[in-house]
Design a protein around this ligand. Structure first.
Ligand SMILES: O=C(O)C(=O)C[C@]1(C(=O)O)C=C[C@@H](O)C=C1
Length: 134
């Protein structure tokens, strides 16, 4: 393969930095939305808030326009991210005592001090399950 022109290498290095920043920014956003999901589940608020989403989309479309980014792309991107957040919120709501009501149902009384839900990456300890080996 031929040598990479220095300008291409420089631009790619910049792209790599930007991509890393995007990943870090998204990780921070998901840390914040995780807490929102726990709070919503604890008080019985529904996972999605379409009115809030409408405001976010309108705001981001405006920012995108000012920044020279395609507003349609900005909307698609934030909609994609929010859809994933809602999926996480729904998972939290399904395990919280103050789980979100389904349509037409009143909200359950929230537990006074519902513990925060944490994500487990390792094996889950089930009471009465197989004792750990070793
Ligand atoms: O602000 C909220 O209520 C959230 O749950 C966060 C968030 C988001 O990711 O920005 C996600 C789902 C809602 O529909 C609206 C916004």
């Amino acid at each position: 393969m031929s040598d990479i022109p220095p300008d291409l290498a420089r631009l790619r290095s910049s792209i790599d930095n930007i991509d890393a920043a995007l990943v870090h920014l998204l990780a921070e956003r998901f840390k914040a939305t995780q807490q929102v999901g726990e709070l919503k589940a604890a008080v019985g608020l529904p996972p999605a808030d379409p009115a809030r989403e409408e405001r976010q989309i309108a705001r981001l479309r405006g920012l995108a326009h000012e920044a020279g980014l395609d507003p349609q792309f900005a909307e698609k991107f934030i909609t994609f991210v929010i859809a994933e957040v809602i999926r996480h919120h729904e998972a939290l709501a399904s395990v919280e005592p103050g789980a979100a009501p389904t349509a037409g149902e009143p909200a359950a009384t929230p537990a006074p001090s519902a513990p925060p839900v944490t994500c487990t990456t390792g094996p889950v300890d089930v009471p009465g399950g197989t004792p750990p080996r070793g």
